[in-house]
Design a protein. Structure first.
Length: 548
């Protein structure tokens, strides 16, 4: 199979070379802390290299940082193909880190010409009932009204895309999904073990959202299905919401607005404050916390932050030693930590008591991080002057019966408290974030299907190879998902021994390992033999060959 369309993608991943990264290994830190530092370093690098958002209105159709030529533009292969890894592989093994690499690389300058690869679909490949599809296009199903730019992008790459506005039930996924090799979902579609079992042809799942709880991740990995998401595309949206809440709380805007709606003219200035000169305490200085820090300083706030790892401050922000110190010094405390064992219930009665009298509290992180009844008490007593809560321990899937019960029995109390802003988990819900998520996940699907690149996969080893750029047309790329057992590579290399292995890279994650190898000097007639031999190996989970 061949394509005459060249792909600009053979060169460098970006001018953001990390050729001289700080020597984190020399610091007296645990491996997890070193990894976090690397993440922060990459984040900073990305922030430096990410173009500023356009200031003009209306908002452009394409996502910031992704030029039209590489996203949703006219039919032209993009520069998103595999490329030389400017970052060493040790930088790419955490989802955090690769997210930054992706952010920096998408739409960045690629040199050289890469080959467009096409899936080799053997005669036994599922879809026998649709032989024309076997010869034709990979089919992608997008459910839950995924951003149309993402659908267009995938169409432009030559995929056959079906765009559906609703979620599908398990029954529908079992009966109708077998036509498709890739599926894009948001949070309502559940990809269960049963769905996976019913869809042996499925190669990849794109979660066009932050979370991936709706997918049986481990089981998908065991079946060789890579899952991608977009964990950080909405960071800016959350940071901006927090800025709005800081001002709304300090000016009691929501209460005044409600009073006006009720016909009350309540022109007060008592206990209404400017934010200039006040102290913002950020708990968790990650993607959102650090963006917020920059925005807050522009408003004249002084920024303190607490994080479990030492992180270089942006601007004039200052890291404090302990949560207690932050709570006792900040006029506004805002949480931006993940929901993990250490953070569940991290703000309770004792912590609210440590906050300054008359200060404000904001939670846009995760619901379980805060003891909401304790927050009610701190607000009712007047110790805190206001709060904004965007996330709840249990969030209702829909309106109607059970709404209050799902949220929790503290909800009636919260509703009675003045200067309390409650929002339905909308921190990351903006048009821009949806576009950015669409761009990131559709790019990931495209790169995985077309080049085998699993960078950014949440359940899968992250593997990439630089592009095939030579003029020799007899190249194939082997993508081999297998059980992580001794001797597998030896077996595969024996199969490939008669050919020239131009390059190969393998990585493992738990029980699963993924090998990519580019082989040259392969005749068309040999492809099926190589495929069958690899597929028959003991540890095989999934074998794909990509040919020119
Ligand atoms: N409201 C929304 O719609 C919305 C949208 C996006 C993200 N979020 C949530 O916001 C939170 C932060 O997201 P992010 O993208 O900035 O995450 P991130 O991983 O980039 O940053 C989290 C930071 O918290 C730090 N941290 C971890 N444990 C800590 C602890 N015990 N004390 C202090 N710091 C700690 C980490 O070191 C890291 O720097 C997450 O919980 C995420 O789920 C909410």
């Amino acid at each position: 199979m061949s394509s005459s369309v060249p792909v600009p993608g053979g060169g460098r991943r970006a001018s953001v070379s990390a050729s001289d990264p700080p020597n984190f290994a020399s610091l007296p830190l645990k491996p997890a802390q070193q990894q976090s530092l690397i993440t922060v370093f990459l984040r900073t690098l990305t922030m430096i290299c990410t173009p500023s958002p356009p200031l003009s209105i209306p908002i452009p159709a394409n996502t910031r940082g992704v030029p039209p030529s590489s996203y949703g533009g006219p039919q032209s292969p993009t520069g998103l193909g595999t490329s030389p890894r400017t970052f060493s592989t040790s930088f790419s093994t955490s989802p955090n880190a690769t997210s930054h690499i992706r952010g920096a690389s998408v739409g960045s300058v690629f040199h050289g010409m890469a080959r467009q690869l096409t899936a080799f679909l053997p005669p036994t490949y599922p879809l026998e009932e649709e032989p024309e599809k076997r010869q034709g296009k990979t089919k992608v199903l997008l459910l839950e009204n995924i951003n149309l730019d993402a659908a267009q992008f995938l169409k432009n790459q030559g995929f056959e895309v079906d765009h559906v506005t609703k979620a599908w039930t398990e029954e529908e996924l079992i009966s109708k999904l077998p036509q498709y090799q890739a599926i894009g979902i948001r949070s309502k579609t559940k990809i269960t073990q049963k769905v996976i079992d019913a869809n042996p042809q499925l190669l990849v799942i794109g979660c066009f959202c932050i979370g991936t709880n709706q997918v049986a991740l481990d089981y998908a990995a065991k079946r060789g299905i890579a899952v991608f998401n977009s964990p950080y595309a909405n960071s800016r949206s959350v940071a901006e919401l927090v800025i709005s809440e800081i001002i709304a709380l300090s000016r009691q805007i929501v209460d005044r607005s409600q009073e006006m709606r009720a016909g009350i003219w309540n022109k007060v200035s008592k206990n209404c404050w400017e934010v200039r000169g006040k102290t913002l305490g950020i708990v968790g200085y990650g993607h959102i916390g650090s963006q917020l820090s920059v925005l807050a300083e522009a408003f004249g706030l002084q920024v303190l932050y607490f994080d479990v790892i030492p992180i270089m401050p942006l601007g004039s922000a200052r890291q404090v030693e302990s949560l207690e110190e932050l709570l006792s010094k900040a006029d506004f405390v805002t949480l931006h930590v993940p929901e993990i064992q250490d953070t569940i219930g991290m703000m309770g009665e004792a912590q609210f008591a440590q906050m300054k009298q008359g200060s404000f509290f904001i939670n846009n992180a995760r619901g379980k991080v805060v003891d909401l009844p304790a927050l009610c008490t701190a607000l009712e007593s007047g110790h805190l002057a206001g709060a904004a809560v965007d996330v709840f321990p249990k969030e209702p899937g829909s309106n109607g019966p059970g709404f209050n019960e799902t949220l929790g029995d503290f909800i009636p109390r919260l509703r009675q408290i003045p200067n309390l802003i409650m929002t339905p988990h909308i921190g990351g819900s903006t048009e821009e974030a949806q576009r950015a998520i669409g761009s990131e996940v559709s790019s990931a699907l495209y790169r995985y299907l077309t080049y085998g690149t699993s960078l950014g996969a949440v359940n899968f080893p992250e593997v990439d190879l630089r592009a095939i750029t030579t003029n020799d047309e007899r190249h194939i790329r082997v993508c081999h998902v297998h059980r992580n057992e001794p001797g597998v590579l030896k077996g595969i290399n024996n199969i490939l021994a008669d050919h020239n292995i131009e390059k190969q890279f393998s990585d493992s994650k738990g029980d699963i390992a993924y090998l990519m190898a580019d082989i040259s000097g392969v005749g068309q007639e040999e492809v099926e033999g190589i495929y069958s031999a690899i597929k028959s190996t003991r540890a095989n989970i999934l074998t794909r060959l990509l040919c020119e």
